[in-house]
Structures are given as C-alpha cells and as structure tokens.
Design a protein around this ligand. Structure first.
Ligand code: 5GP
Ligand code: ZN
Length: 106
C-alpha cells in the first residue's frame, strides 16, 4: 500500500487532476491513453485486485460502474468500454483495482 501509485494519487501525495471525486472513488485521465477518452475509475480503498475483494467490496465495485455511467452522461459519450484487468496474467500492471473507461478509439 505504501508504494502504491494509485494510493498516492488518491491521497494527493502525487498531484493529479480529478475529473470526479466522492467518498468512495476518484476519476482521472490515464497517463498513457489508449483511446481518445481514457479514464481510470479508482476506489479510495486499496484493493490490490478483483481476486482480493472482501465481503462488502462489491458495493465499491458497483459504485465504480455507476460513476462510469454518470461520467458517460457528463461527457455525452454514446458508448464506451469498461475494462478491469485482473492479475498479472490478466494484463494488470497497477495492483490497486481500477476500471478503465475508454471511448472514441483512434
Ligand atoms: P492496468 O494494466 O493495471 O489495468 O492499467 C494500469 C493503467 O494505469 C495503465 O493504463 C497506465 O497507463 C496507467 N498508469 C500507470 N501509472 C499511472 C500514473 O502514475 N498516473 C496515471 N494517470 N495513470 C497511470
Ligand atoms: Zn493502492
């Protein structure tokens, strides 16, 4: 947790521009976007991967999807891809759960 880049972003130890913030999550732009719109929806709680979810964490994960829906409306996106990479074998590089929200692929 101490070395987690997303924990540092959430705690503002690394300054970042949040497109959205509430008690449960923050949303910011991916540093290396793979689409015209590429946001990361990140829970404030450090959950390393979906595999590590504990009782009650489903509310947090559900909240991330609900925030994606709100962000889609705010940005007027007609459609988008939500992606969660799970574990090293699932292409996960940052071990703090996050939802990729991507739209308008180049
Ligand atoms: P993963 O492969 O773990 O699902 O995706 C991690 C994502 O986090 C990648 O798309 C990568 O570009 C992004 N990322 C890694 N480090 C940082 C960072 O310090 N700031 C931001 N904004 N994005 C990051
Ligand atoms: Zn973390």
């Amino acid at each position: 947790m101490g070395d987690c880049v997303f924990c540092k972003i959430v705690s503002k130890e690394i300054p970042s521009e949040f497109l959205y913030e509430d008690q449960i999550c923050v949303i910011f732009n991916d540093i290396n976007p793979k689409a015209e719109t590429h946001l990361l929806i990140v829970p404030k709680k450090h959950i390393p991967t979906i595999i590590d979810m504990e009782e009650g964490d489903e509310k947090i994960i559900g909240h991330l999807v609900s925030c994606a829906k709100k962000m889609g409306e705010k940005l007027n996106l007609p459609g988008y891809t939500l992606q969660i990479n799970v574990g090293e074998k699932g292409g996960q590089e940052v071990f703090h759960v996050h939802v990729h929200m991507m739209a308008n692929f180049a």
